[in-house]
Design a protein around this ligand. Structure first.
Ligand code: HEM
Length: 450
């Protein structure tokens, strides 16, 4: 059968950005939800003279991310981030991306993650010990701090206490501005001499100076410290063994891992605790599994995550309902057929974890939090491959997926034995769908004994 023409894909004539419709338009997520509801698995629209299509059939996601991935590139959304992240793994394309991926992959092998798991458990314990029953905390803020501490130490090792504060401070300023960096005119906007830009540039300079100093120290000490920095400095390209990463390349990759590696996991944990605060039975079941496997005080390691299926199911279910990366976009490099539709060159193709993870064709009672569905092997067997894809897929699948699963389960295991969290009286829950899916008003909770 010949492909159906692009213009046969249904879609709205106008994008409801202004006027009366503005009130209904609560952001890109609500807009995509409405597109799918009205138009089905393929919906097209035009915005700022760009052609977009939203695909919501898992088989078509497989085509975009896997079988036809070479017909696409990541597109302009991350161009602004390139100013700060350099030409690193997250933003590079084509052969350069393949080369970087090959160099960095060993830092995420199972043997290395076992070492990082120890750091994860220690940081979680420090956090746990610092809490007090009855206190109100914002879990969004707390989980960000905790995952930042984890990625900081797994990246740079424990010898950086002196720099840790400096790194965290500068990084906080940068992350506060990260969404601005994704704006189309960021290259120019960042040059406007505002107070905010000045603070940002100062933070970037301080962070660079600290990271280059750490790299220089490590260059004189060739030991393997077991952290990501050691791996990056030692990384060898099998096809060109003489070619190591330069200092600037190591800086760019380290910064990328810092940014990509903490907010996503922080969101996953914050949403998980939010769901558990509403589902006491699931929380009890999870805590009891953790206590059975680990006792009351043994610290979890990498091998324990396989022994905690219910805890893992809780995390899976939380990332189904609140996928930390809720949408992925690609630009077509050439004319390509997806789902039997012609997609012309330059079209931006969008697939959304949030929408597909809540599609009732694949998920009975889709809005309900039911960790048990992950333990039902028969249901798992019939579910299409891309009905669940919190980490993306294909050649650009998240390089930190095993790291993130391990971190999620370990942090939950350490925290849950001691504490539970109750919604604060003034808690307001909302979605803020930026690059990641953040809780819009934070997640205010009261800390209670488990
Ligand atoms: C729950 C936690 C996480 C989620 C949900 C997540 C999700 C994702 C997704 C969906 C992508 C692919 C984006 C695309 O195809 O356009 C991605 C890429 C990436 N992630 Fe993660 N991530 C998580 C944690 C991490 C961690 C812990 C690290 C590092 C320590 C990390 C580093 C990266 C990097 C470097 C890329 C780019 C990979 C490439 O293009 O080759 N992520 N992540």
């Amino acid at each position: 059968m010949s492909p159906r023409p692009f213009h046969s894909i249904p879609g709205p004539r106008e994008i409801p950005f202004v006027g009366s419709v503005h009130r209904r338009f609560t952001g890109p997520l609500a807009f995509f939800e409405e597109l799918k509801r009205k138009h089905g698995d393929a919906a097209r629209f035009t915005l700022f003279n760009e052609r977009f299509v939203l695909f919501s059939d898992p088989a078509w996601v497989n085509e975009v991310l896997v079988t036809k991935q070479h017909s696409f590139r990541k597109g302009k959304a991350l161009e602004g981030a390139r100013v700060f992240l350099g030409n690193s793994l997250l933003v590079s394309e084509g052969e350069e991306h393949t080369r970087q991926r090959r160099l960095i992959q060993p830092a995420f092998h199972r043997g290395r993650i076992a070492g990082y798991a120890q750091v994860m458990a220690e940081k979680a314990l420090q956090w746990t010990n610092a809490q007090e029953a009855g206190r109100e905390v914002d879990l969004a803020v707390e989980m960000n701090r905790l995952t930042l501490a984890v990625v900081g130490e797994t990246l740079f090792g424990s010898g950086v206490e002196a720099e840790a504060h400096e790194i965290a401070e500068s990084l906080t300023v940068i992350i506060e501005n990260f969404n601005r960096m994704l704006l189309p005119f960021w290259k120019w906007l960042q040059r406007i001499p505002t107070e905010r830009n000045r603070r940002l540039h100062e933070a970037q300079e301080r962070l660079d100076a600290t990271i280059y100093r750490l790299i220089a120290q490590r260059r004189t000490d060739a030991r393997d410290h077991g952290d990501l920095l050691s791996m990056l400095l030692a990384a060898e390209d099998a096809e060109n063994p003489q070619k190591r990463l330069t200092d600037a390349e190591v800086r760019d990759q380290a910064m990328t891992l810092f940014i990509a590696g903490h907010e996503t996991t922080a969101n996953a944990l914050a949403w998980t605790w939010h769901l558990l605060s509403q589902h006491e039975e699931a929380r009890r079941k999870m805590t009891s599994e953790i206590e059975t496997v680990l006792g009351s005080d043994r610290m979890p390691g990498l091998e324990d995550s396989a022994r905690l299926p219910y805890t893992t199911a809780v995390l899976s279910e939380s990332m189904r309902l609140y996928p930390p990366v809720w949408v992925v976009g690609r630009r077509a490099l050439e004319d390509v057929t997806i789902g039997g539709y012609e997609v012309p060159r330059r079209t931006i193709v969008i697939v959304s974890q949030y929408l597909i993870h809540r599609d009732e064709r694949f998920w009975p009672a889709p809005t309900e939090f039911r960790p048990e569905r992950w333990l039902d092997e028969a249901a798992q067997a019939v579910r299409p491959k891309f009905a669940y894809f919190p980490f993306g897929g294909g050649g650009r699948i998240c390089i930190g997926d095993a790291f993130a699963w391990t971190e999620g389960v370990i942090l939950l295991a350490v925290m849950a034995r001691r504490w539970r969290f109750e919604a604060a009286p003034d808690q307001v829950v909302g979605l803020n769908p930026t690059v990641t899916l953040r809780p819009k008003y934070g997640l205010k909770v009261i800390v209670r004994e488990a």
